[in-house]
Write a protein that binds this ligand. Structure first.
Ligand code: SF4
Length: 363
């Protein structure tokens, strides 16, 4: 497979590392662990596949993958293999649980899941159905508990306040009502004011509608609204009812109003569900309605889960590489770029077109 990756790298003019990581999202990894998903830090050796990473001085990647005994990628001891070739070293190998909180961007972004996302089911591609829950014991839903969480966080990270944190994200679709999401985001903002937090609050979900935008726009911190669009076609068959009931064009109208209220906008998308022909127009139409590059996840197949949401052509790596080229072409004249720290199953790890992506990629 390494020769095939190097051939595709030449043909598509895409660095070999990005092709290899897209393959890993598609295949998962074979590892002797009793869990459905694993996460780990990967430090590649210098070789033909990782020449770009070495030129960019990038020596660590963080990966979260399905466990798949049939995958050509495998972990043995502390080494990652592709077939029988050692790619590099693995550290901090863990069960990829659904957590109450975690960091991104080298500890400078805090993600919060205050309403047990592990209990949220209904979107056919979603891995909460196979993931182990680690978000039911700790309560960060009240002001008092949030304060306790931030105090503990500062102690653990040896920081005196939260001035070094650039983003606190609330990442869950399970509040149940718009009012509850807004109450939480307002409480979070008030709480963060006591910690010298100067960054932004990101909401990642689909539970705030037009009726809630005015309140969202009044939050004192900079707010980013990432709407979980997920797919452009077959929405009612694939998404849970609450998410499917709003159309993609209505989401764009929501974004226009949000932008007029000073809110930044973007959306999440799972690549692999829509046919290649059906993605160009909605991505092109989103330009002008979003202020951040969309978070585009490569679809990850889990062992035992049905693959009936996957477009037939998405069983080939070329689907992902062609999608990548199409999306790069559409966004090349915007200033919007994917950020390596906000997506561990991305289409872009090292480069976007001919631009090197330099930001941190470690939690
Ligand atoms: S809303 Fe859908 S994608 Fe989000 S956690 Fe629930 S089931 Fe998963």
């Amino acid at each position: 497979m390494i020769n095939e990756i190097l051939r595709l790298s030449k043909e598509y003019q895409v660095n070999a590392e990005d092709i290899l990581f897209i393959h890993m999202s598609r295949y998962g990894v074979n590892v002797e662990f009793p869990y459905s998903r694993v996460r780990f830090v990967f430090s590649p050796y210098e070789n033909a596949v990782f020449s770009k990473a070495h030129r960019m001085n990038i020596d660590q990647f963080f990966l979260a993958l399905p466990r798949n005994p049939e995958s050509p990628f495998s972990v043995h001891g502390d080494k990652l293999y592709l077939d029988d070739v050692v790619l590099g070293e693995v550290s901090d190998l863990k069960n990829d649980t659904c957590d109450t909180h975690y960091t991104r961007r080298n500890g400078t972004v805090i993600n919060l899941n205050p309403v047990s996302k592990s209990k949220c089911h209904g979107c056919k591609f979603c891995h909460t159905i196979v993931q182990n829950a680690n978000d039911t014991d700790m309560d960060i839903s009240s002001c008092e508990n949030l304060e306790k969480f931030f105090n503990d966080f500062m102690t653990d990270h040896k920081i005196a306040d939260l001035s070094s944190i650039v983003q606190v994200a609330v990442v869950t679709g399970g509040f149940g009502e718009e009012g509850k999401v807004l109450n939480y985001l307002e409480m979070l903002s008030r709480t963060l004011e006591n910690y010298n937090f100067k960054g932004e609050i990101l909401y990642f979900g689909a539970e705030i509608h037009e009726s809630g935008l005015e309140r969202l726009g009044k939050i004192k911190h900079k707010v980013v609204y990432c709407y979980t669009v997920e797919c452009f076609t077959h929405r009612s068959e694939i998404l849970k009812k609450e998410k499917a009931q709003i159309s993609v064009s209505d989401v764009m109208k929501l974004f226009d109003k949000a932008i007029s209220l000073g809110i930044d906008t973007t959306f999440s998308y799972v690549l692999g569900i829509d046919s290649l022909d059906s993605i160009s127009e909605p991505f092109a139409n989103s330009i002008g309605h979003i202020t951040r590059f969309p978070i585009i996840n490569v679809y990850q197949q889990h062992v035992g889960a049905s693959d009936d949401v996957l477009a037939p052509e998405a069983k080939s790596i070329e689907y992902y590489l062609n999608a990548r080229l199409k999306i790069e072409d559409l966004f090349k004249n915007t200033k919007l770029l994917p950020r390596p720290w906000e997506n561990y199953r991305s289409l872009w790890y090292l480069t976007f077109g001919n631009i090197d992506l330099m930001e941190s990629r470690i939690p």
